[in-house]
Design a protein around this ligand. Structure first.
Ligand SMILES: *Cc1c(COP(=O)(O)O)cnc(C)c1O
Length: 499
């Protein structure tokens, strides 16, 4: 009997293949500007993903060839210099290689006595310092902003319940038994809060009704007077406010709540202050932008992405918690099969498993560590400032253009606008026209913004976290929107068959 393994049977051949993978990918990245921003999959490619279970393997080289033919060309296009859809980062070649290296050494990051654990501890310390949290803050790298924010809210829930002498880990949130307090645990965030908060409310057993949506002002920032009123009303009604979410960089318009004022309010009312800084938190790195997120460092917890404005490959985000003991108290548990020892491989225990829900975790920290080390935070901050400058420049061009309309303030890196000749601005058909413009921009591979609704109007939205975008890319966008706008507006069918 031959003894089996999944290692290559021919290491030399695999080495050649592996080098080709790196070369092909670097060529792909280097030639992005010459490629379309997006391409629709031809039907045969789409249909090819219905293959039966591969009982017999075709070998590494054939599997790779399939990837090159049928997968690599047909992504959302987020690597491209003219991709500004949703809020998707581009990643970097170094981040790509770091992910390869991390998978290569493939360490288990629940903790353990190993250098990769020290890398994650170090990265968390760096990130806490960069965002203005005190030394000793705790943190964890996770998949995305949704998970980072959810974990922050989970710590807040645990701490808030404990203040009511409710042990949420032991008893859950049921309020119908024995001596437990009546009323709901409730938390607050503006109506512009990202949808993660609803998901988290549901997942944490709080229920969507426990998430109180506070109105915003004309700049899409949380209305503090309304917040105070809502908290008062909830308290009077016997509910238990435990947390306020401030957003640094809302997903729709890039607005940032008055974090300092929310921090004051939370301190006064003994509420947990969580900041969703998915992309906006990183504005804190830049001297010219830090004032926008003033008060960020006063948060009890912050959830933010590194795969958006941090330009790391998916997935990578971080939750930071000011009080390390509270963070641990919300998640830590023990089992005999993972008990720490004084020496050996599990010395130091599994600190990362005690800060979230995952036990087995990969080495995300490596790409953060290598990227910050290689590029330096000053360079990252300069790229972030460049993106904001580009957004403001784009907004200016839109305002100066008689056929374009800026649809929201541009405090950071998001620009919402539409095609709307000055004499037609009240025309409701413009919603359908702009949706059609957006789809043609994408389908013709020109650029990939996304769409949203602002004040009931359909708008084209540019969320710029793109380190590859150049001034000429935004000029190309403006020119294309105007050209497509004229074209679509001249087609009566397109205007009436939609919307
Ligand atoms: C993107 C985003 C999120 C969710 O982060 P994911 O990494 O996509 O899970 C949360 N809040 C805001 C403001 C975002 O922009």
């Amino acid at each position: 009997m031959t003894e089996l393994t999944l290692d290559p049977t021919d290491w030399d051949a695999f080495r050649v293949l592996a080098h080709r993978m790196v070369d092909d990918m670097l060529t792909h990245l280097q030639t992005l500007p010459e490629q379309p921003a997006w391409r629709e999959m031809p039907p045969p490619v789409r249909e090819s993903f219905n293959a039966p279970v591969p009982r017999e393997g075709v070998g590494e080289a054939a599997a790779y060839a399939t990837f090159v033919d049928r997968v690599m060309p047909y992504t959302v296009g987020n690597l491209h210099p003219r991709f500004w859809g949703w809020v998707q980062g581009q990643g970097t070649p170094l981040g790509m290689m770091a992910d390869m290296l991390a998978a290569g050494i493939n360490p288990h990051l629940a903790g353990f006595n190993q250098a990769p654990a020290l890398v994650e501890h170090e990265v968390i310390r760096w990130l806490a310092e960069l965002l203005g949290l005190p030394a000793g803050a705790s943190g964890l790298l996770v998949t995305g902003g949704t998970m980072a924010n959810t974990l922050g809210l989970a710590v807040a829930r645990h701490a808030g319940a404990a203040a009511l002498t409710l042990d949420v880990r032991e008893d859950g949130l049921q309020t119908d038994a024995g001596a437990r307090p009546r009323g709901r645990l409730v938390f607050y965030g503006s109506t512009e809060t990202h949808n993660w908060a609803r998901k988290a409310a549901e997942l944490l057993g709080l229920g969507n009704r426990s998430f109180r949506r506070v109105p915003v002002d004309a700049d899409y920032r949380l209305d503090l007077a309304a917040l105070a009123r809502m908290v008062d009303e909830d308290v009077a009604a016997g509910q238990h406010p435990f947390c306020v979410i401030g957003t640094a960089g809302t997903v729709n318009t890039g607005a940032t709540d008055d974090l300092d004022a929310i921090a004051d309010f939370c301190r006064e009312r003994s509420l947990w202050f969580h900041v969703d800084g998915a992309f906006g938190a990183l504005a804190h790195l830049a001297d010219g932008l830090r004032h926008i997120v003033k008060g960020l460092g006063r948060a009890d917890s912050i959830g933010f992405d590194l795969h958006k404005w941090g330009s790391l490959p998916f997935e990578c985000a971080c939750v930071l918690v000011r009080d390390a003991e509270l963070h641990r108290a919300a998640f830590a548990s023990t089992a005999s099969y993972i008990a720490a020892t004084d020496r050996g491989v599990i010395a130091g225990g599994l600190p990362f498993a005690e800060r979230g829900v995952d036990l087995t975790r990969g080495f995300k920290a490596l790409k953060v560590w290598m990227s910050l080390t290689a590029h330096g935070t000053a360079h990252l901050a300069a790229v972030i400032e460049q993106n904001v400058r580009q957004a403001r420049q784009l907004a200016k061009r839109i305002e100066q253009h008689a056929e374009l309309e800026l649809m929201a303030p541009v405090p950071l890196n998001i620009v919402c606008f539409r095609y709307a000749p000055r004499d037609r601005r009240d025309d409701p058909a413009l919603d359908a026209v702009n949706e059609e413009i957006l789809l043609r921009l994408q389908e013709q591979g020109i650029a990939v913004p996304s769409g949203t609704r602002i004040g009931g109007r359909y708008v084209i939205r540019v969320a710029n976290v793109n380190h590859r975008s150049r001034a000429a890319d935004f000029e190309a966008l403006v020119d294309a929107v105007v050209e497509l706008g004229r074209e679509v507006a001249a087609e009566p069918v397109a205007q009436t068959s939609r919307g």
